[in-house]
Design a binder for this molecule. Sequence first.
Ligand code: ADP
Ligand code: MG
Length: 362
Amino acid sequence: MADVILKDLVKIYGRDIAVRGIDLTIPDGAFVVLVGPSGCGKSTTLRMIAGLESISHGELRIGGRVVNDLDPQDRGVAMVFQSYALYPHMTVRENLAFSLKLAKVPEAEASERIDRAVTALELGPYLERRPSELSGGQRQRVAMGRAIVRKPEVFLFDEPLSNLDAKLRNQMRVEIKRLQHRLKVTTIYVTHDQVEAMTLADVIVVMKDGVIAQSGSPLEVFERPADRFVASFIGTPQMNFVDGVLSDATTFEGGGLTIPLDPTRFNSLTAGRHVTLGLRPEDIVPEGHGLRPTGTATLQATVTLSEMLGNETLLFAETAAMQFVARMQQPRPVADGDRLTFHVNAERCHLFDIDTGKSLAV
Ligand code: ADP
Ligand code: MG
């Protein structure tokens, strides 16, 4: 069991700075997910924690020890990769046993650890197979088993599910979460997939350009995004944005919308200020879709495309002044070109500074 503390962690490659000073405290037993677009420095951060990349600047502590200069095998971490990195010429059993053999773990203890991992991951039927004789999901389980048998203090995952098809990915996601709940091992998990991040994380860390844009519980990050980047990255489909101006201290005007603002929810609402309004698709509710609208503002818009997803329908719509996506939770047939009235849940709107993108929420 160990906490992990990153203090101003920096990675410089030649003239490029991949990670620009990450501060993060990960409590013992937490499940933390680093999420962000490709190239934002997630893998580099994880690899510095693993000891696979040197640390250019800053301090890394695992379980109270500074481990900057320790070799990977001395840090008490085990890493699972997207590519599985199994030994192709070894059976599943040999793959699981290999690192224990290297670490000179006594035979009896090793076989007990292997048995436990095999049971936890339901690998029993495949022990004598080689990786080439396994499905992607089974290989991924072996890769996790290999991490578990080492009894690490910290699990590190780098996009472990990216090579799996959607159904299997969802299934493995649940398995990883269950396993972590059972083992209670501190886990740092990297993904570019915000749904994976939202569902797995106790703490979600949104990264952009080598820095942390925001960290918090999944709900905090979703409900109170710190800036426009986080607001657009978390949530599917992404938040709608409309530029406009505060016509007075409690009214947004823009994109043909007039939205009353609750002055207790925002800072610095001054008449004339230019802002960006953010509305999640579920907060633009088409009239007559079966749910009672809570909206305090309405707009008329023409549907340009509807996407029926079964449990919900996404409506892509436009007015003369704006385009947006709305979510219809109790679907009814809608044709392209239909003109509908939408109710805006103004009490759930977001506001951002038009230049810096910073949230104005209190
Ligand atoms: P992510 O995992 O978030 O997609 P990475 O951590 O892999 O991003 O990369 C962050 C940045 O560092 C990228 O701009 C990438 O090109 C750069 N980078 C990663 N590895 C190396 C390397 N070995 N040498 C030089 N640049 C690298
Ligand atoms: Mg990566």
